[in-house]
Design a protein around this ligand. Structure first.
Ligand code: ADP
Ligand code: MG
Length: 448
């Protein structure tokens, strides 16, 4: 459906046209009419256009009086981003907007209050309410954006507190990529007969993303990443599990001549905003981040999301890779997996109900590889059937295997009967079987 055919304010239509938006996305088309009538709970995947699904109805309902609408979001970056979208519409209505979030001085934010539309993070909103700078007793619309993320970040009590001090007759909208029980309880407690709009969940990630994993060790990781950056250039968002690892990777990449930038929670808000804007504008094409940046940030044209570290929770994996492949664009998600990470990779695959393909980066080539995990037994061993090219014993095979990079402790039982035989090898070394010159033929099979 085209926005111009929708029953919404002309000024909003003008703003949408200016932004180049013509057709409503699925979530917008289904949520907007209901949101104009009453409370709504909307579950739709990341990148589906939820922001406009609540902004458009807001501007149908408010006149721009004091603190008419408040939108709670989990992170500072998201507060800035949503406020920017709100402002683009608000200016056509003559309504003022403000973003309030922590990490910066309160003064400017206090001066901008009251405003018609407030976008804020729970901590700073609570702070300003306690200091009597912010009064939500007449607020008409209350939006919770990325509700599941707020739950993850431990904001649920803050949200309850804020809600308990907000005009009880307000309208409420709740947006989330998933609907954990805690969020459902919150909705039952604070919302009035909400309409549930359930589109596809985030749990299965969009098909637009090609997902790969790369076997590596802590020692080979860096070289493989450098190989990838050289061979498959693009706009990279690279995740590490800790701030310290973000900093150290950024430094090492810069040392190798890559203009890598970093973003994490310890940086001053000013620098974070600057880096984000440069990344958006394409001035920075390699950004290394902690999970802080992984949710809600909408940057166009990210071609590669790299998990330099495997995230510890499958949910974080989904959030991270959701930064690419947005709005019908193709993207790649590449996860570096050390032997210690195998278990986490398996959990991610279980959660997503899909297999991640294997690729390797070696000698300047990036290519898809056979995934030998499929053949591995519970000990990670695959079964190799071979025919010998010359007469050889067990120890000849071990020696040749070791020469070609297969560690002795990755080799299991070897049986030889005349020219034929079998051996077990850890799946991470299965590629190297082909290099053993003693074999005329071999076949890798499921271990038992
Ligand atoms: P979500 O909150 O569901 O993750 P966003 O609201 O951040 O998604 O939207 C994702 C991207 O899609 C943004 O860049 C936004 O500008 C763009 N977008 C939203 N609605 C439309 C539309 N109707 N037509 C084209 N692009 C849109
Ligand atoms: Mg969103």
């Amino acid at each position: 459906m085209y926005f111009k055919e929708m029953d919404i304010d002309q000024r909003t239509k003008k703003a949408l046209k200016e932004r180049g938006f013509q057709k409503a996305t699925e979530v917008q088309e289904s949520a907007i009419p209901w949101a104009m009538k009453g409370d709504v709970i909307v579950q739709a995947k990341t990148g589906s256009g939820k922001t406009l699904a609540f902004l458009i109805p807001i501007f149908e309902k408010i006149k721009g009086n004091e603190n008419d609408a408040i939108i709670l979001v989990p992170t500072r970056e998201l507060a800035q981003q949503v406020e920017k979208e709100a402002k683009a519409i608000a200016k056509h209505h003559g309504i003022r907007t403000v973003a309030i979030y922590g990490g910066v001085s309160m003064d400017a934010q206090v001066k901008a209050l009251p405003a018609g539309v407030i976008v804020g993070t729970p901590g700073r909103v609570m702070d300003l309410m306690r200091r009597k700078h912010l009064d939500l007793s007449k607020t008409k619309i209350f939006v919770l954006d990325e509700a599941d993320r707020m739950l993850d970040m431990g904001f649920i009590d803050d949200i309850r507190w804020i809600l308990s001090k907000t005009n009880p007759n307000r309208r409420m909208m709740l947006f989330s990529a998933t609907m954990p029980p805690e969020i459902q309880r919150l909705a039952r407690r604070y919302m009035k007969k909400p309409k549930n709009i359930l589109l596809s969940e985030d749990s299965i990630s969009p098909d637009a993303i090609k997902q790969y994993y790369v076997e590596c060790t802590e020692r080979t990781k860096m070289n493989k990443l450098v190989g990838l950056l050289r061979e498959d250039p693009g706009k990279y968002l690279i995740f590490c599990n800790t701030k310290v690892r973000v900093q150290s990777l950024a430094k090492r990449l810069r040392g190798q001549g890559f203009p890598a930038h970093e973003i994490h929670g310890d940086m001053r808000q000013g620098s974070r905003t600057r880096v984000m804007n440069d990344f958006k504008a394409g001035k920075v094409n390699i950004l290394i981040a902690t999970d802080v940046a992984s949710r809600g940030i909408d940057v166009h044209g990210i071609t590669h999301v790299v998990n330099y570290d495997v995230p510890r929770y499958p949910k974080d994996y989904v959030h991270r890779i959701g930064r690419t492949g947005r709005m019908d664009r193709d993207g790649k998600a590449i996860t570096f997996v050390t032997p210690e990470d195998d278990e986490f990779l398996r959990r991610i695959e279980e959660y997503m109900e899909r297999r991640i393909k294997r690729m390797d980066i070696e000698d300047g080539r990036v290519e898809e590889k056979e995934d030998y995990r499929r053949y591995a037994d519970v000990y990670g061993m695959v079964h190799v059937r071979f025919t010998l090219a010359t007469e050889a014993g067990e120890w000849d095979i071990v020696r040749e295997a070791e020469k070609n990079g297969i560690a002795e402790d990755s080799i299991g039982k070897i049986d030889i009967h005349g020219k034929r035989g079998t051996m077990k090898v850890h799946y991470r070394h299965a590629d190297k079987i082909a290099k053993i010159p003693l074999f005329e033929e071999f076949k890798i099979q499921r271990g038992s």
